[in-house]
Design a protein around this ligand. Structure first.
Ligand SMILES: *[C@@H]1O[C@H](CO)[C@@H](O)[C@H](O)[C@H]1NC(C)=O
Length: 322
């Protein structure tokens, strides 16, 4: 059985946003700039962490993973969205849709698990600092990172395979700017109860459960921080997890509210705007939060700068001899 024939015409139309022709170029430029900034910032984070040995700790390795995941995430959605906006050719092949959905689910699942691993890392660092190096060994952090990617991958695979067997014969118009699973299911002409059940289970397992773990970690972290006597020590402990806390709030706030609010209570337009915020803004804030609020990262930038300038000075000195 060829699953691709399940979509009667073999393609969908992504309705995207209804924007007037005058505004189209502005909108396109805005999204393009966001996309390039996201790629740039996240690449900078990956390069920075790889280059500075001071940042070779589990927390920054996880952050590096998060940046790689952000790059994959936006690249699955924004280029097609940009193409649709500028050409007004709204078509997307059924296979293209499934692939987009695969990468979207893969990244979102991985992201939640990476954030949970980071919360655990912060918990160990602040609550049991003396055992940090033994508990958060290189092996453990690699296992946590690998498991995050693997679970995200398997979830995405199951989703995509299931959706590729659904028939979409009545309508091919997806009222969204990418192939959003929830929007697509509403168009299905065959029974989708099993997918809805799966979606619910995944929301609980990959959304709620990690959230509770993160919450538990922070309850322990905060109660430990409160007990620290010196205010300097308290500030130091808090600053080592404030970036992560900010990112967690950003990541959880948007998708959870989008997926958990009952369908009748918010319009599809609101849903799309919220998704746009999540796809174009949050992946940009993640490296920003970490780089601007964090002394360690700023010092790493300075060190790399110094190294580079020292190299330049050496080069100019050598040049002078000739
Ligand atoms: C992801 O995290 C693991 C564990 O800390 C690390 O070994 C690996 O280098 C990271 N990979 C990337 C691409 O950031």
């Amino acid at each position: 059985m060829n699953s691709y024939t399940n979509n009667c015409t073999g393609e969908f139309h992504l309705l995207s946003f209804s924007i007037s022709a005058d505004f189209q170029i502005v909108f396109f430029t805005g999204i393009l700039l966001m996309y390039l900034l996201i790629l740039l910032w996240n690449l900078v984070i990956v390069v920075l962490i790889s280059l500075s040995s001071k940042l070779h700790t589990p927390m920054y390795y996880f952050l590096c993973n998060l940046s790689v995941q952000d790059i994959v995430y936006v690249s699955a959605i924004l280029p097609k969205f940009l193409a649709i906006t500028i050409t007004q050719d709204l078509r997307i092949a059924f296979q293209g849709c499934i692939i987009q959905m695969f990468f979207f689910t893969f990244c979102v699942g991985t992201e939640f698990l990476l954030l949970t691993s980071m919360a655990y890392d912060r918990y160990v660092a602040i609550c049991v600092p003396l055992h940090y190096t033994t508990i958060m060994s290189k092996g453990v952090s690699i296992i946590l990172a690998l498991a995050s990617w693997l679970v995200g991958f398997l979830t995405a695979l199951i989703h995509s395979v299931m959706v590729s067997f659904v028939s979409f014969c009545t309508s091919q118009y997806i009222n969204h700017f990418y192939c959003d699973l929830k929007t697509m299911i509403q168009l299905a002409s065959s029974d989708t109860t099993h997918i809805k059940t799966l979606l619910f289970v995944v929301c609980v397992v990959l959304g709620l459960f990690p959230f509770l773990l993160i919450l538990t970690s922070y309850i322990f972290i905060i109660s430990t921080i409160i007990k620290i006597r010196s205010s300097k020590g308290r500030a130091k402990a808090f600053s080592s997890c404030s970036s992560h806390l900010t990112v967690v709030i950003l990541f959880y706030g948007t998708p959870l509210s989008a997926y958990m609010i009952p369908e009748s209570e918010h319009s599809q337009e609101q849903d799309k705007m919220l998704s746009l915020l999540y796809t174009a803004v949050v992946p940009l804030l993640n490296p920003l939060v970490y780089s601007l609020r964090n002394n360690e990262v700023l010092t790493a930038v300075k060190n790399i700068n110094q190294k580079y300038f020292r190299f330049q000075t050496a080069a100019t000195n050598t040049m002078k001899h000739y």
